[in-house]
Design a binder for this molecule. Structure first.
Ligand code: CA
Length: 227
């Protein structure tokens, strides 16, 4: 269940938010001023923060700045609650890294929809980060570090072999023609012949040991990675 920190000094609005977020299945924590908000962030690590900008003491923009400058809290999404006239504050807030804003007066339903939209967006970035590692059969291919592990054993590959493996394993079942592979591996300025691809594939297969069969030859066309 997602935990939402509500930072709002007006008790009526805070109560309205708590009620409606509970109805929508969220867990809530409430802070009525900036100091408490920062305390709650550190102790309770909320999943998202609804942040009123006009607060007594440390105001909303300061909180936003503090959170976004701290690597430990920078990734917590922030939705600002602003009054109609606070356009400059809104812009500053977005520049500081806030993820969205809602103008008062708002409907609770809108707040719930915005929270869900921001969370979906965050999940989106989460998956794209996860794609930096391919896991297939017993292989882990780390696209960032250019490392390959076969059952946790590191496999030493040349740059070309790595590229070849990442291409094939990145689209299991898809047939890559030799032409396409040559183009991907060496670009247009290659002096490679069909045999060059074959040579790299057989070296790669040898290094993959028991998994060598995962790279299948498609007779007369090219190669594919077994699904
Ligand atoms: Ca306020």
């Amino acid at each position: 269940m997602s935990k939402i920190l509500i930072v709002e000094d007006e008790p009526d609005i805070a109560e309205l938010l708590v009620y409606n977020l509970h109805q929508a299945g969220f867990e809530t924590i409430t802070a009525f001023n900036g100091e408490d908000a920062l305390k709650h962030v550190n102790i309770q690590s909320p999943d998202l923060i609804l942040l009123d900008l006009l607060l007594p003491g440390v105001d909303g923009l300061d909180i936003c700045r503090i959170l976004k400058n701290n690597p430990a809290t920078a990734d917590i999404p922030v939705i600002m609650l602003t009054a109609k006239g606070e356009k400059t504050d809104r812009i500053v807030g977005l520049e500081l890294g806030a993820d969205d804003y809602i103008t008062k007066p708002f409907s609770p339903r809108e707040v719930v929809l915005r929270i869900r939209a921001v969370q979906r967006r965050m999940q989106g970035t989460g998956t794209s980060a996860a794609v930096k590692q391919l896991r297939i059969h017993d292989l882990v291919i780390d696209l960032d570090k250019h490392q390959v592990f076969n059952r946790r054993q590191k496999v030493d590959l040349t740059a070309t072999e790595f590229k070849l493996l990442a291409l094939l394993a990145g689209a299991p079942g898809r047939v890559f023609t030799r032409d396409l592979l040559m183009n991907e591996l060496w670009g247009d300025n290659y002096f490679a012949v069909d045999r060059t691809v074959d040579t790299h594939v057989s070296r790669l297969r040898r290094k993959l040991g028991e998994l060598s069969g995962a790279i299948e030859t498609v007779r007369g066309i090219g190669y594919r990675f077994r699904e």
